[in-house]
Write a protein that binds this ligand. Structure first.
Ligand SMILES: NC(=O)c1ccc[n+]([C@@H]2O[C@H](COP(=O)([O-])OP(=O)(O)OC[C@H]3O[C@@H](n4cnc5c(N)ncnc54)[C@H](OP(=O)(O)O)[C@@H]3O)[C@@H](O)[C@H]2O)c1
Length: 362
């Protein structure tokens, strides 16, 4: 018997708890008790894109799945039952989990490093979301950085790929970069990586940031951006050929940036929609180009080889871990009693930018 937290797919402010019934595992299956997961605006975006990008299809609700959806998260779980000869009870994994207490998985080929869930409804979904890393062989894993990883591993991976993508494309002909919703963790990690690259490779681009009033001083204090401005202070930025990396998804912000920079506006890279209530009805009208991390993972793994890709990512991740330790505030709470609150506060943008909420199943 377990529990899961479900969201009304048509009204994200409505949620419900469901008890889940015990199930008999099929040959090859394992059951995982979900230990903990991180929760940020990225998970809200999964809900926003639940229909269009298929995020509701990872963990369909048992009852009325067309009305109720389960948000995917990144976290850790422990095997509590196994009818799979390659996986033992007690083994722990990092991967994609529902906002729930338990999950049954159907591992494909089991390697020392982990396995992919090959349950029918997941096989057509991007492979990056289906792999579960065995912690005993996971180079990223350390006990002390567990909470940090639950927050940052998926976000930093995106930033890492995005930095490569922007440089591979010569900033799309721009001289400088402007990052919106600059207080979001994925944006911060991108600024960290770009600044580091600029120093190492002796490059000259500037990294500008746009954020809201409540985050302005804090974003400035991080020291990753060259210039930090409020959304309505765009005209105080010097006009130069600009590549806008947009985490806001805010139609008005996108338009104002375009209007202000005019012919200097070289590219709009669409990464996030944290301002989800201000997004365009049809994102295609923005003239931007969508960045989707799973597509880039495939591309870079092919280009560099998987082992090399993982090594580069890990080295970079470890540097960012050290850099972000002084400002990231992990706050753990018990899932059953807190997820509704954490969920609603994240949905409404009320969680302070420096917070890293972790939900734990006790
Ligand atoms: N394309 C991809 O493959 C990919 C991969 C990973 C992440 N992403 C996206 O990147 C975005 C950032 O995710 P994250 O987890 O890094 O975010 P986060 O750290 O939780 O972001 C918090 C910030 O987002 C803004 N915000 C959040 N909710 C808001 C609301 N309801 N109203 C107004 N502002 C709100 C605020 O920034 P400001 O005040 O600075 O605006 C806030 O400080 C998400 O949309 C995520 O899905 C995309």
């Amino acid at each position: 018997m377990g529990i899961q937290f479900e969201i009304n797919r048509k009204d994200l402010r409505q949620s419900r708890w469901k008890q889940t019934s015990s199930k008999i595992l099929q040959e090859g299956d394992i059951e995982i008790a979900i230990d903990k997961f991180g929760f940020t605006a990225n998970n809200i975006t999964y809900a926003n894109l639940g229909d269009s990008f298929g995020y509701w299809n990872f963990f369909p609700a048992e009852e009325s799945p067309d009305i109720w959806g389960i948000i995917p998260t990144w976290g850790f779980g422990t095997v509590i039952e196994s009818v799979n000869s390659g996986i033992q009870k007690g083994e722990r994994f990092y991967g994609y989990f529902p906002t729930a207490s338990h999950l049954i998985l159907k591992p494909g080929k089991v390697r020392p490093t982990g396995f992919s869930d090959i349950v029918e409804h997941r096989v057509k979904l991007p492979t990056a979301y289906n792999f579960y890393y065995n912690l005993s062989k996971d180079d990223f894993y350390s006990k002390e950085s567990e909470d940090y990883q639950a927050i940052f591993r998926p976000l930093f991976t995106t930033s890492f790929l995005l930095d490569e993508y922007l440089i591979d494309n010569n900033l799309f002909g721009a001289k400088d970069v402007l990052i919106t919703s600059a207080s979001s963790k994925t944006a911060i990690a991108l600024a960290f990586l770009m600044k580091e690259r600029r120093e190492k490779e002796n490059l000259s681009f500037k990294i500008h940031a746009l954020t809201s009033v409540r985050n302005l001083d804090w974003v400035q204090s991080l020291g990753y951006y060259d210039t930090v401005r409020l959304y309505d202070q765009i005209s105080s930025l010097e006009k130069s050929d600009i590549c806008v990396v947009d985490f806001s998804g805010n139609e008005k912000v996108q338009r104002e940036n375009k209007d202000y920079f005019g012919s200097f506006h070289k590219h709009l890279c669409l990464v996030g929609i944290v301002h989800w209530e201000d997004q365009a009805e049809n994102p295609d009208t923005s003239g931007g180009v969508l960045f989707f991390a799973p597509t880039q993972i495939k591309k870079k793994s092919k280009e560099w080889g998987l082992a090399n890709f993982q090594e580069k990512l890990l080295n970079s991740f470890q540097k960012f871990f050290i850099s972000s330790k002084p400002w990231l505030k992990i706050n753990q709470s018990e899932m059953k009693s807190s997820i509704e609150n954490v969920y609603l506060e994240t949905l409404e943008g009320k969680i302070s930018a420096e917070m890293g909420p972790i939900l734990i199943n006790s």
